[in-house]
Design a protein around this ligand. Sequence first.
Ligand SMILES: NC(=O)c1ccc[n+]([C@@H]2O[C@H](COP(=O)([O-])OP(=O)(O)OC[C@H]3O[C@@H](n4cnc5c(N)ncnc54)[C@H](OP(=O)(O)O)[C@@H]3O)[C@@H](O)[C@H]2O)c1
Length: 290
Amino acid sequence: MSLFLVLGGTGKTGRRVLDLLTAQGHTARAAARTPGPAADSVEPVRFDWDDPATHDPALAGASAVYVVPPALRTDHPPLIADLARRAADAGVQRLVLLSARGVDAGPDNPLRQAEAAVATAGLPVTVVRPTWFMQNFTESFFAPGVADGAVVAPTGSGAEPFIDAADIAAVAAAALTGEVGPGAYDLSGPQALTFAEAAAVLGGRTGRPVVHVDLPVEQWVAGAGANGVPDGYAAMLGALFGLIRDGSDAHLSDGVSRALGRPPTSFADWAAREVHPPQGPGDVPDTRGE
Ligand SMILES: NC(=O)c1ccc[n+]([C@@H]2O[C@H](COP(=O)([O-])OP(=O)(O)OC[C@H]3O[C@@H](n4cnc5c(N)ncnc54)[C@H](OP(=O)(O)O)[C@@H]3O)[C@@H](O)[C@H]2O)c1
């Protein structure tokens, strides 16, 4: 019997990986600091990147592991290197790492360092490198802006081929079960949209206008720092926004069709599935996703 360990098991991709694995009849462990209740075929397990005592118990008996580096941090590469070693020692047969597209542009990106770290553990590794998630508009930092009708992003008229977290999860789940082999998969959506175009689609779904508000990257980084985003992470996000702004992140990647034999989900189809109008007068738009 295979047992899958899914780190970030309550997060945007981990949750969807668990759904796919259990729908296929597999048993999985959902790992997080607050892993939530047990469900059919899902065993919650407490896992904290900063508490190594939680690592071996989470790995025990697992045949494959989905590794989600913690967001808002840049200090995770040594933690991920240690976990990959522990996974190999525990007899794990496959590791799937969530990284990001473009991290290989230079050696300094922490996700690139995480990729290098897992490669030395002696396990077959599949790296998924997605573009910006569509779910950032519904389950993450842009969601309040969508509800308020103004998405603030320093991207100018630059476009991004946003990807559906469900597509990332589908590739990750297939890699965990061995249907997709080791290697790196750059994953993008099927079309690059400017933030103004994305905002228009979201407004069309919620029934309330949503606009894109542009500002200089430096101003966004300073504001994020003032709102509690750690400085190093805010600077990294600023650099990523800069790539969208100057057009260098607009290209498409074929990882979804290469891995799954089908095209990735479009922004419009994702929004039709996961973005809904408010339920009644005075309600904020329901952008929580499904
Ligand atoms: N969002 C994007 O557009 C995007 C694009 C490319 C790559 N990525 C990468 O994807 C990764 C995940 O980011 P995300 O925004 O998608 O997050 P997420 O997976 O939606 O949420 C974070 C998950 O990790 C868990 N977690 C957070 N801190 C933890 C810790 N210290 N120890 C153990 N578990 C922890 C959370 O549960 P608890 O809080 O209960 O622990 C939750 O399950 C990041 O490395 C990010 O750089 C994101």
